[in-house]
Design a protein around this ligand. Structure first.
Ligand code: ATP
Ligand code: MG
Length: 422
């Protein structure tokens, strides 16, 4: 036998047993975004490496160590997208969608990061993201959070996620805070690990979400970002909190929440679950009012979020919320060559007449018992039986595979009966 070829580590197949749950998540995404009037955008999976370096920031985990970057045959440096915001902004600018306009957009698709694969962390994973352009106020931030809450409710996981919220202020607010934070960190330089030391000069806010417990201990006394927020940032945050209170959405203000990508300002948030261990963040986002200009467009306020679909599916599996619609309604069982052909014809006729009905035909022969077993295995609600008697009388036996009873009826009456199934 030839040697088998394996998938790339950290890149998974979505198997036919798993895809129904993915469909449920994807259908819910589409229903929820359309309930708010958002439009889908689809971007390429590969972009110029410059785009991510400029958008995400050179001194971030993603750009420093996680990107799949390669030279194509022309020698241009390309990168498999590690996230969707940069490409979405690029597409918006390039296609004139942002200038003096308001856009409420969503996307889903694969993202790529070269991380150590583990539960909830993969090298190819999927995100559902929303990006809104052209709106300044806290009302749109609140709408996005309400949209996510609706999504959790529809999937039945609202009780299992909690919202953490923070404001990281404007660029100027952060510049002042940065000076104070660096001065503080310098006094504790002996406690900092190499990563923190490096970050202290390149991206000191990132020291705040270190996982190192010794550093965490000294950070308790570090200057607080909230004390450096300007009036406008404070007002924006207060406005958002008020809207969330009015909407009955609970949140915890987490002063240490700064997010790993450089482009955020003001509002940042994460939805976290305790049910998935270390990879507990299922959704994250915030405002990024400077990014459009930074990528060559005209200054445009923007806010968005991205959700990790694998983590969501894992959470639903953990909570045993895996009850999804089976893929077949009716299974056609036949005996003999003539009946098989008639069965295929009947199946086509039913697909035509009953919109949305899922009909599967049995192939490969075997006795009735074997065929009924198959019907059961694929989750069909009824079996439609065509044997010699039925052929002769233009009838079909409709056997209820759950209750067990069966009725014989004229073939042209089956459609009306099966319409009840959907
Ligand atoms: P983490 O802190 O877990 O590394 P992150 O801050 O790098 O997350 P974001 O860039 O904010 O993640 O991406 C948004 C969401 O995408 C995350 O909250 C998570 O649900 C999901 N996600 C990110 N990286 C991965 C990955 N390697 N595998 C699976 N899901 C991921
Ligand atoms: Mg990460």
């Amino acid at each position: 036998m030839a040697k088998q070829i394996q998938a790339i580590r950290g890149m998974n197949d979505c198997l036919p047993t798993q895809s129904p749950l993915w469909h449920k998540v994807e259908d819910t995404i589409k229903r929820v975004v359309s309930a708010y009037g958002y439009n889908e955008i689809r971007m390429p999976i590969v972009e110029s490496t410059h785009l991510f370096k400029r958008a995400i920031g050179e001194v971030t985990d993603v750009v420093e160590k996680e990107m799949y970057t390669f030279d194509d045959r022309n020698g241009d440096s390309l990168t498999l997208r590690p996230e969707g915001t940069a490409g979405c902004v690029r597409a918006g600018i390039q296609n004139g969608l942002l200038y003096n306009q308001e856009q409420r957009l969503w996307y889903t698709g694969p993202m790529f990061r070269h991380e150590r694969p583990q539960k909830g962390r993969y090298r190819q994973f999927h995100q559902f993201g929303v990006e809104v352009f052209g709106l300044n106020g806290p009302d749109i931030d609140a709408e996005l959070i309400m949209m996510m809450a609706r999504f959790w409710r529809e999937l039945g996981i609202f009780e299992h996620v909690r919202l953490e919220l923070n404001s990281i202020g404007s660029l100027q607010d952060r510049a002042e805070y940065r000076t104070a934070l660096v001065a503080f960190l310098e006094q504790h330089i002996d406690v900092l690990d190499d990563d923190c030391k490096r970050r202290m000069h390149t991206n000191p806010l990132r020291v705040l979400d270190t996982k190192n417990p010794d550093v965490q201990a000294i950070l308790v006394d570090a200057p607080k970002l909230s004390e450096y927020l300007g009036e406008e940032s404070k007002e924006h945050f207060a406005g958002l909190c008020e809207l969330l209170d009015a909407a009955g959405i609970e949140y915890q203000v987490n002063e240490r929440l700064v997010r790993g990508l450089d482009y955020y300002n003001r509002t940042v948030f994460e939805w976290v679950t305790e049910s998935l261990g270390a990879q507990g963040t299922v959704c994250a986002g915030g405002r990024y009012d400077g990014l459009v200009e930074q990528l060559g467009g005209k200054a445009t306020p923007a806010v968005g979020f991205a959700m990790g679909i694998e983590r969501l599916v894992l959470l639903m599996e953990t909570l045993e919320l895996t009850d999804v619609r089976r893929s077949v309604d009716a299974y056609v069982v036949t005996m003999g060559d003539g009946a098989r052909m008639a069965g295929m014809k009947l199946a086509e006729q039913l697909r035509e007449e009953v919109h949305g009905l899922r009909v599967m035909s049995h192939f490969g022969g075997g006795n009735f018992k074997k065929q009924f077993k198959r019907a059961d295995n694929v989750g069909a609600a009824v079996a439609l039986v065509l044997g010699e008697n039925e052929m002769a009388s233009n009838t079909v036996v409709v056997k209820d595979l759950r209750g067990g009873e069966q009725v014989t009826m004229a073939q042209n009456e089956v459609a009306a009966k099966l319409a009840e199934l959907i």
